[in-house]
Design a protein around this ligand. Structure first.
Ligand code: FAD
Ligand code: FES
Length: 257
């Protein structure tokens, strides 16, 4: 794994929904080697860096897109950054999703801010992808036009029925799998959603990759701060570092119970 740490200029920022901001950062060194599902660890004025997924990669322009939800002091600070500011990134980090075969029929399932890393995955598959995105309310929907522009099938779900399907992404996923052949599922979102996606993928015999969200510190496997219980091939339990061995795991490696 090769990564670097540097200050990079922010070219553009945009508010996507309440407390959710997008940043476009010029960082050719990261954009040229990043893959969907990897992340950058961002320095703020607070002690630990904050991990944020690489949402979009434009290797030609040398830019990456980050979509950040203000959830505390670190992410608040990142959301206040503006064009002309610089941002201290360490990355690209983590393993990323297996998107080597873009001819496969893929489904991405994103819950809330988990829609952001799913955009990077969907942009690899394009028309071969169905994106199932879940939000609490219509006001929380993000990246809709971006997913549409990829040509993928977009299925929006809201918990309160104010947009799209009234219900959870897991219900929509099961409906979709009943009617369509799918080779691979990629998902990121709240843990209960990812557990549900794992169970459904198992039921329908579809390979499933899950991006785990754990609190992190170093981001490079040095501090043991992001341990997550995983299963070895023989079924016995072990612990993995989400930052180094993940954040993406095959569903059968994870033990949500
Ligand atoms: C691999 C990875 C990719 C991520 N990608 C994104 C992304 O693309 N966009 C985005 O907005 N966020 C993303 N996150 C989550 C983000 O890193 C956390 O929200 C952030 O670190 C919180 O820092 P803070 O200083 O704002 O919050 P703090 O002030 O430290 O905490 C505020 C609240 O958030 C909770 N919290 C802190 N860290 C996490 C965490 N990792 N997961 C869940 N809850 C947490 C705390 O328990 C507390 O309740 C990602 C996390 C990981 C591990
Ligand atoms: S965050 Fe330090 S080992 Fe993962």
């Amino acid at each position: 794994m090769s990564y670097l740490q540097k200050q990079f200029p922010i070219l553009d920022t945009k508010c996507l929904a309440k407390d959710i901001h997008e940043l476009v950062v010029s960082c050719p060194e990261i954009a040229s080697q990043a893959i969907a599902g990897q992340f950058v660890n961002i320095r703020t004025s607070h002690t630990l860096r904050r991990p944020i997924s690489i949402c979009g990669i434009d290797a030609e322009k040398g830019t990456i897109r980050l979509v950040v939800k203000a959830q505390g002091k670190g992410t608040d600070e990142i959301c206040r950054m503006r064009p002309g500011d610089t941002i201290d990134l360490l990355g690209p980090l983590g393993n990323g999703f297996d998107v080597k075969n873009s001819n496969l029929k893929a489904v991405v399932v994103g819950g809330g801010i988990g829609a952001a890393p799913m955009y990077g995955v969907a942009s690899v598959y394009g028309k071969n992808c169905a994106a199932i995105l879940g939000f609490r309310d219509s006001a929380d929907v993000i990246l809709e036009k971006d997913f549409q522009a990829l040509g993928c099938e977009l299925l929006i779900c809201t918990d309160n029925g104010t947009r799209g399907f009234h219900g959870f992404t897991t219900q929509m996923l099961e409906n979709y799998l009943k009617e369509n052949h799918v080779d691979i599922i990629h998902t990121c979102g709240p843990k209960p959603m990812m557990k549900g996606v794992k169970d459904i993928a198992e039921k329908y015999g579809v390979r499933c990759q899950i991006s785990m969200d754990e609190r992190m510190a170093c981001g490079i496997g040095a501090c043991l701060g992001c341990a997550c219980k995983t299963k070895k091939e023989d079924g016995s339990s072990t612990y993995s570092h989400v930052c180094k061995h993940g954040p993406v795991f095959e569903a059968q490696q994870l033990d949500f119970d």
